[in-house]
Design a binder for this molecule. Sequence first.
Ligand SMILES: Cc1ncc(COP(=O)(O)O)c(C=O)c1O
Length: 411
Amino acid sequence: MAIAIKPWPDRATRESFPVLSQRVHDHPLVYLDNAATTQKPQCVMDAMNQFYQADNSNIHRGVHELSERSTRHYEEARIKAQRFINAGDWREIVFVRGVTEGINLVAYTFGRRHIHEGDEIVISAMEHHSNIVPWQILCEEKNAVLRIAPINQRGELLLDEFENLLTLRTKLVSVVHVSNALGTVNPVAEITSIAHRHGVPVFIDGAQAVAHMKVDVQALDCDFYSLSGHKMFGPTGIGVLYGKTSWLNQMPPYQGGGDMIRSVTFAKTTYNELPYKFEAGTPNIAGTIGLGAAIDYINGIGLDRIAAYEQELLAYATAQLERIPGLRIIGTAREKAGVISFVLEGVHPHDVGTILDREGVAVRTGHHCAQPVLEWFGVPATTRASLAFYNTRADIDALTAGLAKVKEIFA
Ligand SMILES: Cc1ncc(COP(=O)(O)O)c(C=O)c1O
């Protein structure tokens, strides 16, 4: 008996993202800017509204019912985040604003404690500015050195050359899991294992990974991992820094203020236990609850299913775009996620993006906060289409039809 395979994403799934059903410039919206930020399902907005409508109160300090509820929901989100990336302990989940803050936190705290004059930090040539600039600031302050692991023409990290950079002076490796500019999926387990062989801890920037593939920080054995809620169907202004307890315990606090203290006198302050030592001040409570709802939502679909579908859609999109004369894809790694950066001969990416917008197709153009890697490829900017599981082949067809228009106009 033939089994009917249900089309995916089905209508109900698409409809759970209200923003997707609108028209833009008189065309149905085709949203292909998911690497910049993802859309939010209704359940995420509902969870945040519910918090403000029914439970709004500050956390950790009230004895009243509302505060107890807020605290419970906030801490439940931490457990959800712990399970989502399979951290061994809930104390290893620090809520931050996003990956940028996660990296800055480690640069300021781990960096302050462990980086000294002449020490070296290794990053890759394909990093987002968020994983470059905090280390540059730290290196400048400490007279330390930032080393860059090179990539090949496909946009893949050269593992041998990466390993050659590791010396007795290397104190940290920080690499991106999935490149937002190229789509490259880095072999982060292997990178971590190589770095650990040299006694060097590893930070992984997971901004573009967690909504598209299963991440297990214990299996990766990385020392730090960071994610942003808004890139995984959650709200802006909330993210997670995962750190192994052994490192977090050694690190000084990031910011001083409420919640991160155990006791304060004018003579001396002692700090709270993990993870609160790193969560100064009233946090983004509603955002944290929204992140928890986004995790539930992703789990409800299943990351295996999402990953398989996106790979299929990426293959389709790549094949369609490769057929367009004069179009060159920047970033052709063998392991790729749903990011397609490209240049179109004779047309500035900004013009490509503007014409696509008139067709209702939202893509990103520019340097994608990854100027060094675009410079390495010899292009100042690209057009970038980035996928999420709610995109369809029809979205890709709208993109290629839009590109045909671009070519017509610039013919
Ligand atoms: C690879 C990568 N790292 C870091 C970031 C910064 O994330 P956020 O702006 O959420 O802090 C981004 C955002 O685009 C990214 O793509």
